[in-house]
Design a protein around this ligand. Structure first.
Ligand code: ADP
Ligand code: MG
Length: 286
């Protein structure tokens, strides 16, 4: 795999992880199957896969919300299966889910951000500093006194992220965080996520079923039937249209357009474009 800006230090390791849900007498659904993955400090990984491919089950293994039936998940050297480690693991890996309404607890925005640090038992001065810092980082200072239910979907999701970051985790896991947002809320949230990785060096695992979102990451992991089917840079993975289709996925619109243009001699297909400018720069024969 092409290297990224991330360091080589491994932060999370999943080793032969299996997980099945019991759904009745002697019946179960296999959700993860011998899944192996190493997440390094500072990486920005997107995880993509068709519905039911195991993305959410995988996400919940990263901070001990779910435990493997067999295999291991090691977070910063801590085995998530050891109950003594649960708290330490959850401190290191924060999760943001699809629906912000399920994660907001307080009546006022700033109280929501304070909730996690209060549970960590931090001194009030430190809590106040963190609340102000993370509200500003997520562009929510003007909303600090407002009740969360009056915020837009995108603002709510950023508030959830501020609350998770206020615990100062080493890794931020987002499970389809833009699913409930309108296009502008989605765009702003994605920019925020990219910035957190690039500028604040946060390790990010972005779970999505949208190829356009996956294109933002440095590394793209494709899940299929609960296991890692592909693991490479987005650009490399987007050259493998047939393979992706086998896993129930399609190329991003931009890559698809480049292929169509190349087929009629209008695109110099040296590499699959990730950005509109790359597509435009490689147009030819006009
Ligand atoms: P994804 O997030 O990629 O859609 P999930 O991890 O939610 O995938 O689901 C993986 C498989 O496990 C699917 O077959 C799904 O139906 C099943 N599954 C997920 N959650 C549960 C649950 N709580 N009980 C039973 N089966 C579940
Ligand atoms: Mg899911």
């Amino acid at each position: 795999m092409q290297d990224t800006k991330a360091g080589n230090e491994s932060l999370i390791e999943l080793q032969n992880v299996n997980h099945a849900y019991e759904i009745g007498y002697q019946k179960s659904i296999k959700a993860l199957s011998d899944l192996n993955l190493k997440i390094r400090m500072g990486e920005f990984i997107a995880v993509i896969g068709a519905n039911g491919s195991g993305k959410s089950t995988f996400a919940q293994h990263l901070n001990a919300l779910l435990l493997p039936d067999s295999g291991k998940v090691i977070v910063d050297g801590l085995d998530t299966a050891n109950p003594d480690n649960t708290w330490a693991v959850r401190k290191r890996v924060g999760i943001v889910f699809q629906n912000p309404d399920n994660q907001l607890v307080a009546a006022i925005a700033e109280e929501d951000v304070a909730f996690g640090p209060e549970n960590l038992g931090l001194p009030p001065v430190e809590i106040r500093q963190r609340v102000a810092y993370y509200l500003k980082l997520l562009d929510l200072t003007a909303q600090q006194k407002r009740p969360p239910h009056l915020l837009s979907g995108g603002q709510k999701q950023r508030l959830v992220i501020a609350g998770v970051l206020a615990m100062q985790p080493q890794c931020l896991v987002l499970d389809e965080p833009t699913a409930m947002l309108d296009p502008s809320g989605r765009q702003q949230l994605l920019q925020t996520i990219v910035k957190l990785n690039r500028e604040n060096r946060m390790t990010v695992v972005l779970i999505t079923h949208l190829m356009e979102e996956a294109a933002l990451a440095d590394r793209l992991v494709v899940l299929h039937q609960g296991t890692v089917a592909m693991d490479d840079t987005p650009r490399q993975i987007f050259t493998q249209k047939a393979q992706l289709e086998k896993y129930g996925l399609q190329l991003p619109g931009l890559a698809e357009m480049a292929l169509k243009l190349a087929a009629v001699g209008l695109y110099n297909q040296k590499r699959i474009p990730l950005y509109i400018d790359e597509l435009v720069d490689n147009l030819c024969g006009l």
